[in-house]
Design a binder for this molecule. Structure first.
Ligand SMILES: Cc1cc2nc3c(=O)[nH]c(=O)nc-3n(C[C@H](O)[C@H](O)[C@H](O)COP(=O)(O)OP(=O)(O)OC[C@H]3O[C@@H](n4cnc5c(N)ncnc54)[C@H](O)[C@@H]3O)c2cc1C
Ligand SMILES: NC(=O)c1ccc[n+]([C@@H]2O[C@H](COP(=O)([O-])OP(=O)(O)OC[C@H]3O[C@@H](n4cnc5c(N)ncnc54)[C@H](O)[C@@H]3O)[C@@H](O)[C@H]2O)c1
Length: 466
């Protein structure tokens, strides 16, 4: 079919998440004529409804927590501590807004780069429609991200509910927040709203919170949350919801305990799905898997040569740093003749409850099922000087190494500064150096990281514990 093409480009980038804008700027800087398309807010999930606003809210929640604990540090506050949710939201809006408008300004002022605002849809392997415009390019980069899954739970169409996106508009204190899903999103919101002053119940269908982690990590996280009077319902599959006078009733299939949970507000945190269903992929040869993720090779090219997919829409990562790393891989291959690959990267992420969990590499369960002989070093945060000085001794650090090659296989640092301290382990893993290099390194006192060499000097065989 003949179509009136209104724009011919060297490259089209769809979506302004964590990979697209950097790639657009790099390609434009290399002299290519680039179009970038965004249908909603510049910066996507991380900037508007994900990492940046949630970590800004986590910081407010921590301020409230520390204020309530002030007397532990000898600081006396006369009167009660209260949280002004309108000011909390305003602070979050300011930090997130500055990031969004900064990006929008940069993109709109990048030479060789044209910004289109609207929903992009493929018409063919080389043509994309946005509004009335039809754009063509020999190279197209998809960075359309994902959105909260809204599951088919009976009664959900009758009950108001929140997702991570609509939570961004909340400027009041929900009296009792019920959260379905006890993983990253559920746990971060649970602790922050409890610290703001809400009663919070987590409903999780699995036998453990954040069940991808090792049992010891899951159990310690549960204790941390329960210590703050967050109610945790495990083995509780939410099967129905209903409206009540006070707000919402959640019905759960459970082995024990009440099979209803009552609250004032409901947050769904049951996973995310890729924004690939409305992209016109049926007009192309771009393949998706059965969960809707775009299939890519190790260098992120789709089943159509000349089309790449980066970030959450390709299912190869679900974090801001994996999306940014996707940009680096694509740019290195295309512009720098550097054959970087997704399979070169090491799993790493943090969970931003307080204290945070920093993770690198394999879990101990994965190592045990691989059958390779391994050693583990462990230390509770009660035996970390810096944690004691700060009065924050919950959690532990565990590092696992291959008994034969001496390579570090994985680590979990659940505790104060765990999200930062994990990086010294991660970097040794990237350097492909044996653990003895880190064991002999002199670290700075007093830090959490200073105990990592000590932990590596106390290795014992890794054995199945549960
Ligand atoms: C509550 C929450 C907290 C999080 N916290 C963290 C954290 O602390 N650390 C971390 O690493 N990760 C975190 N994440 C995950 C992180 O936000 C994402 O992995 C990250 O944003 C990567 O996104 P992306 O680059 O794939 O695209 P996204 O950021 O999702 O952006 C995609 C963009 O594409 C646009 N778009 C989609 N379809 C079209 C179309 N057809 N036409 C035009 N534009 C389109 C969208 O509007 C959007 O702007 C969090 C996520 C959530 C939900
Ligand atoms: N700190 C971070 O880096 C961070 C923070 C937030 C989100 N994220 C990203 O967002 C993604 C999505 O996070 P998420 O927590 O929404 O999803 P998830 O897929 O990690 O977990 C969903 C949870 O909901 C539970 N669940 C599903 N249906 C249920 C039901 N009917 N009843 C009870 N429980 C049910 C599941 O058992 C699971 O534990 C993550 O994969 C992560 O990449 C990252």
């Amino acid at each position: 079919m003949d179509r009136a093409v209104t724009g011919q480009y060297s490259a089209i980038v769809i979506g302004t998440g964590q990979a697209g804008p950097s790639l657009a700027a790099k390609l434009a800087g290399a002299g290519q004529k680039v179009a970038i398309i965004e249908r909603a807010k510049f910066g996507g999930t991380c900037v508007n409804t994900g990492c940046i606003p949630t970590k800004t809210l986590v910081a407010s929640a921590r301020a409230a927590y520390i204020a309530r604990r002030a007397a532990d540090f000898g600081v006396m506050i006369d009167g009660s501590i209260s949280v002004d949710m309108k000011r909390v939201k305003a602070r979050k809006d300011q930090v997130s807004g500055a990031s969004r408008t900064g990006l929008e300004h940069r993109l709109k002022n990048t030479p060789n780069c044209t910004v289109y605002e609207g929903h992009a849809r493929f018409l063919s392997d080389r043509e994309v429609q946005v509004g009335d415009a039809v754009l063509t390019a020999e190279r197209i980069y998809i960075n359309t991200g994902g959105r909260a899954t809204v599951p088919a739970i009976s009664g959900l169409d009758q009950v108001p509910y929140l997702t991570n996106s609509s939570m961004m508009d909340v400027d009041f204190l929900p009296p009792h927040l019920v959260i379905i899903g006890g993983s990253y999103i559920g746990l971060e919101f649970a602790q922050m709203y409890r610290r703001f002053g809400s009663k919070v119940t987590i409903v999780e269908r699995g036998a453990r919170l954040i069940a991808r982690e090792d049992p010891a990590v899951c159990d310690a996280i549960r204790t941390i949350l329960e210590n703050e009077q967050i109610e945790v319902r495990l083995n509780a599959d939410c099967i129905a919801v209903a409206k009540t006078a006070e707000g919402v009733e959640v019905r759960v299939n459970c082995g024990s305990g009440d099979n209803t949970v009552h609250g004032s507000h409901l947050l769904l945190a049951v996973g995310r799905q890729p924004n690939t269903d409305d992209l016109g992929l049926e007009n192309t040869g771009i393949r998706r898997n059965r969960r809707g993720y775009i299939e890519v090779d190790d260098q992120l090219q789709t089943s159509v040569p000349g089309v790449w997919a980066m970030g959450d829409c390709n299912g190869r990562g679900a974090f801001t740093h994996t999306s940014y790393n996707d940009f680096e891989i694509v740019a290195a291959n295309l512009l720098d003749h550097d054959p970087r690959r997704v399979s070169d990267r090491i799993t790493a992420y943090a969970l931003y409850i307080d204290p945070p969990l920093g993770r690198a590499g394999m879990t101990e369960s994965e190592i045990l099922s691989s059958g390779r002989p391994a050693l583990v070093g462990a230390r509770p945060m009660t035996r970390v000087g810096r944690a004691n000085e700060k009065g924050e001794t919950q959690g532990f650090m565990r590092v696992t190494v291959d008994a034969e090659t001496k390579m570090i296989l994985g680590a979990a640092i659940l505790g104060v500064e765990g999200d930062e301290a994990i990086h010294c382990i991660l970097d040794v893993m990237y350097a492909k150096a044996p653990y003895t290099v880190l064991q002999r390194a002199m670290h700075i006192h007093p830090t959490v990281s200073e105990l990592i060499p000590t932990v590596l000097g106390e290795l014992k065989p890794l054995e199945k514990t549960t």
